[in-house]
Design a protein around this ligand. Structure first.
Ligand code: FAD
Length: 314
């Protein structure tokens, strides 16, 4: 019979509690006031474009590519959604001007999916066009399972016109393997999945998510598209390294590793040294609260680090 450690018994409810707190206006108000000072900066480049560009330059100087994300989601206002898309287009122009090795990845609910799916598509297409104009790429992040169909619809429409568009699949969702097989030569980032999903749609046990992750990764890597292996899980990374070596898949050109800024930097550095392309996802902006909560939920030990910061500063 499989055994569960005390840690993993405590971790699941704690994770659920942190993700539930992410929806609480009161927690948001309290954390947003001091969070950046107390620890959010570990995961977020800052609140302004200038702060982001400083971090992006430093990350590039270490040899990593950057995936830029402006923090924002669940936008309910047409003007705000359009402004977010404008900001991405402007960033793409800045990357080209300054010679930065950085592309963009964003959430469709940031550019209007909750307002009007057509608006989200138009904004995403404008970003894809700005990326194409600057010889760059863009990617749609994947959000909660209720958005998967709409996100895949937008991705397919984009791909009909833009070969520089990518999307994301989450290994915790049962459906992801079918979604992967339904795309032709996809540009796909594979992640485990960061949201609280019901057992009707998602694997609950880490071992099942990990197994599905490898199934998705191997399927994507064997196919004709481009794959981003986005994880900090060293066992998964080791397995992928063995897989590509056995299949003779070159270290660059058909796939890359991706990690989040502030997490597992030594592992990212080792991959770079081995000759792989490695991209760090670097977020910035003032709407960092839900992002921080997802990072805390992934590793509740981060909560202790965050609270220690809070207590030591009174
Ligand atoms: P885990 O098993 O969670 O972690 C493996 C090890 O990594 C842990 O033991 C720990 O050492 C380290 N680690 C992991 N998370 C943390 C953390 N927060 N703090 C400190 N150490 C940590 N999810 C989505 O749902 N949609 C997306 O579009 C999306 N995009 C992503 C893009 C990138 C580049 C990456 C790396 C992740 C993205 N995620 C996304 C998040 C992802 O779904 C996971 O929640 C996250 O990557 C943690 O899972 P893991 O693969 O690192 O494995």
């Amino acid at each position: 019979m499989p055994t569960l450690s005390l840690d993993s018994l405590l971790e699941r409810p704690l994770r659920a509690a942190i993700l539930a707190a992410a929806d609480s206006a009161a927690v948001q108000k309290a954390v947003s006031r001091y969070g950046m000072r107390l620890g959010a900066k570990r995961f977020v480049a800052g609140e302004t474009t200038a702060e982001f560009l400083d971090v992006a330059r430093a990350v590039n100087a270490q040899g990593f590519a950057v995936a830029c994300g402006i923090l924002g989601e669940g936008v309910r206002d047409r003007a705000a959604a359009t402004a977010a898309a404008d900001q991405y287009c402007e960033l793409l122009r800045i990357f080209a001007e300054q010679g930065l090795d950085a592309n963009v990845a964003f959430k469709l609910t940031h550019v209007g999916l909750d307002v009007d799916p057509e608006l989200a598509y138009e904004n995403a297409a404008r970003i894809a066009q700005a990326a194409r104009d600057t010889n760059n790429t863009m990617r749609l992040d994947m959000e909660q399972s209720r958005y998967v169909d709409a996100t895949l619809r937008v991705y397919r429409r984009l791909r009909a016109q833009f070969d520089n568009a990518g999307f994301v699949l989450q290994a915790y969702l049962f459906r992801s393997i079918d979604d992967l097989r339904a795309q032709q030569a996809p540009n796909v980032r594979i992640v485990k999945g960061a949201y609280l999903e019901p057992p009707a749609v998602a694997y609950e046990k880490k071992a099942d998510v990990d197994q599905n992750y490898l199934r998705l990764a191997y399927t994507a890597l064997e196919g004709p598209g481009y794959t981003a292996i986005a994880t900090h899980d060293s066992r998964i990374i080791d397995a992928v390294e063995r897989f590509v070596a056995e299949r003779g898949i070159p270290k660059r050109g058909r796939f890359e590793f991706q990690m989040l800024y502030g997490i597992s930097t030594p592992l990212a550095a080792r991959l770079l040294e081995c000759g792989y392309r490695v991209r760090l996802a670097v977020p910035f902006g003032d709407f960092w609260f839900p992002y921080l909560m997802r990072r805390l939920a992934e590793r509740p030990a981060n909560l202790a680090f965050f609270l220690k910061g809070a207590l030591s500063r009174g």
